[in-house]
Design a protein around this ligand. Structure first.
Ligand code: ATP
Ligand code: MG
Length: 429
C-alpha cells in the first residue's frame, strides 16, 4: 500500500506536508488511526490524523499560532489548518498513553510516550495502525492488518478492561462492525453484552451522535440487530421495550424495513423504529406523536430533526388510500421538505410487512411528475382580498382563505378572477 492512490486529494497532500514539516524539524510523524484503516479498505478517509512525538507546544511553535488551534491541549491534540479550505484541517496528536479512567469515559491524565504505546491505547485493532506516508508503509503494532483481512473487529488488549475504561467504545464497536460489515470478535462481543447496561454513563450527546451515524448508514439494519442483541438498544432506547408498545415481537419486521429503507438520512430510520410509540387511535396528531417528541427531546435531538421524525410518523398514519384523497391533501404532503423521507419510510414499511406499497408508489409517481411550484403554487388571494369584502377580522377570514386555497389546489379554479368570484359567492349569504 502506498499513498499514490490519494496523491490528488488536497487533504491527503496537506496531511503529507505536515508529516514532512515535522520530520524536517527532527520529530517523528505518522498518519494514525481511522485514515490508515480507511485507506487500507480503499475508502477515502473522512479526515487525516497525524501522530507525533512533538509536544503540543512544539507543534504550535512549528506551524505558528495563526494556523493552530489547541483543541485538546491537555490530551496533546492540536488542530493545524490548511491555507485553503480544500486542504481542510489535520489533528496533530502527541503520542500518548492514557492514565486511569474516571467517569467511564475520560482518562484522568495522559502521559506522552512512544508510537507503540500510543497504538495500544486506541480502541480497536483496525483503528490502531500508523502509516508512514513518505515511505508508503503501514506500521502495525496491534495486528490491525490481519484483522482487516479477516474482516474482524477486535478490541485492542482485554476487551472487558477497554470497555470498562470508556463505555462509548461499545457503541463505536457496533458502528464499525456494522458499517464495514465485519464480524465481531467473540470476546469483544461478550464484553459488550456484559457491560451494555453501563452505556448510560456516556453523555446523551455522544450516544445520539453514534446512533445517528448508524441509522444514517445503509447497514442500519445490521446496526439495529447488533444493538438489540448486545443489549445496548434497551439501554439507549428503553421506550422501545417498555409497556404495551414493546418492539420485541416486531424485531424481524423492523430489521427488514430498515434494510429496505432507501435514504441517506437517519430521521426516516428512527421514525420506523419509533412508529410503535405513536397512538394510532388518538384524535389529535399532536398527542399521537407526543411520546416520540418526548423521546427525541430526551435524546437532545435538534428541533428540526425532531420535527422531521414526528412529521414522518404523523404523515405515515395519513397515507392510507392516498390516491383517493383530494389534491388539497396530497399536494401539501408532497411539497413538504421531508416528503421523500416519508415516502422512503412508507415504501420500506410496506415491503417489510409484505403489503402492497400502492400509496407510496402513487405518491412517488405524482411527486416525479409535478414541480414544487405545482405542488405548492402561490396563493391566488390573500387576507386583504377577504377584508375588502367587508369581512371583519377574525377566524372567518382564515376559513374563507382555506376554502379558496383548497379549490386552487384541487384545480377547480385556475386564476385570480376565479378565486375572487368564488370568494364573493362564499362571502355573500
Ligand atoms: P471515523 O472518523 O470514521 O468515525 P475514526 O477511527 O477516525 O473513524 P475518530 O473518532 O475520528 O474515529 O478517532 C480517530 C482515532 O482515535 C481512532 O481511529 C482511534 O484510533 C482513536 N480513538 C477514537 N476514539 C477512541 C476511544 N473512545 N477510545 C480509544 N481510541 C479512540
Ligand atoms: Mg476520524
Amino acid at each position: 500500500m502506498t499513498h499514490q492512490s490519494s496523491v490528488s486529494d488536497p487533504r491527503s497532500e496537506f496531511a503529507l506536508a505536515i508529516v514532512r514539516q515535522l520530520r524536517s524539524a527532527g520529530f517523528q510523524a505518522l498518519w494514525a488511526g481511522g485514515c490508515v484503516r480507511d485507506q487500507a479498505l480503499g475508502i477515502v478517509p473522512k479526515d487525516y490524523d497525524v501522530a507525533t512525538d512533538a509536544t503540543p507546544a512544539q507543534v504550535i511553535q512549528l506551524f505558528g499560532e495563526r494556523r493552530t488551534v489547541p483543541i485538546g491541549a491537555s490530551f496533546g491534540v492540536v488542530l493545524v489548518t490548511g491555507t485553503s479550505r480544500r486542504q481542510g484541517q489535520v489533528e496533530v496528536a502527541t503520542f500518548r498513553s492514557d492514565g486511569a479512567y474516571v467517569d467511564g469515559r475520560h482518562p484522568q491524565s495522559v502521559r506522552y510516550c512512544s508510537a507503540r504505546e500510543d497504538a495500544l491505547r486506541r480502541d480497536f485493532t483496525i483503528n490502531g495502525m500508523f502509516f508512514d506516508p513518505i515511505a508508503g508503509t503501514v506500521i502495525d503494532y496491534v495486528e490491525g492488518l490481519e484483522d482487516l483481512k479477516r474482516k474482524t473487529l477486535r478490541a485492542i488488549g482485554d476487551p472487558l478492561a477497554r470497555f470498562s475504561e470508556d463505555k462509548l467504545r461499545m457503541l463505536r464497536a457496533v458502528r464499525f462492525a456494522t458499517t464495514f460489515q465485519f464480524h465481531m470478535d467473540e470476546s469483544t462481543a461478550d464484553a459488550i453484552r456484559l457491560l451494555s447496561h453501563q452505556i448510560t454513563q456516556v453523555s446523551t450527546e455522544r450516544i445520539l451522535q453514534e446512533l445517528k451515524r448508524m441509522l444514517a448508514h445503509p447497514a442500519r439494519h445490521l446496526a439495529f440487530t447488533m444493538l438489540h442483541n448486545t443489549g445496548l438498544l434497551p439501554e439507549i432506547l428503553p421506550e422501545l421495550y417498555s409497556g404495551p408498545h414493546s418492539i420485541i415481537s416486531e424485531i424481524p419486521v423492523l430489521q427488514s424495513a430498515l434494510h429496505k429503507l432507501e435514504s441517506v438520512r437517519f430521521e426516516p430510520a428512527l421514525a420506523i423504529l419509533l412508529q410503535h410509540l405513536t397512538h394510532h387511535d388518538s384524535s389529535s396528531t399532536a398527542t399521537a406523536v407526543q411520546p416520540v417528541r418526548d423521546l427525541c427531546r430526551r435524546l437532545k435531538m435538534a428541533n428540526e430533526e425532531t420535527d422531521a421524525v414526528c412529521w414522518i410518523l404523523d404523515s405515515l398514519n395519513q397515507m392510507d388510500h392516498l390516491a383517493s384523497k383530494p389534491l388539497h391533501f396530497l399536494k401539501p404532503l408532497l411539497a413538504h421538505r421531508n416528503a421523500a423521507e416519508l415516502l422512503a419510510a412508507s415504501s420500506a414499511l410496506a415491503a417489510a410487512r409484505g403489503q402492497p406499497a400502492d400509496d407510496a408508489e402513487f405518491a412517488w409517481h405524482y411527486l416525479s411528475r409535478h414541480s414544487q411550484s405545482e405542488l405548492s403554487p402561490e396563493p391566488l388571494i390573500n387576507g386583504s382580498d377577504v377584508m375588502a369584502l367587508g369581512i371583519p377580522q377574525g377566524p372567518q377570514i382564515r376559513n374563507l382563505l382555506t376554502i379558496v386555497r383548497n379549490a386552487q389546489l384541487d384545480e377547480q379554479i385556475q386564476n385570480r378572477d376565479a378565486a375572487l368570484a368564488l370568494l364573493r359567492s362564499l362571502a355573500t349569504p
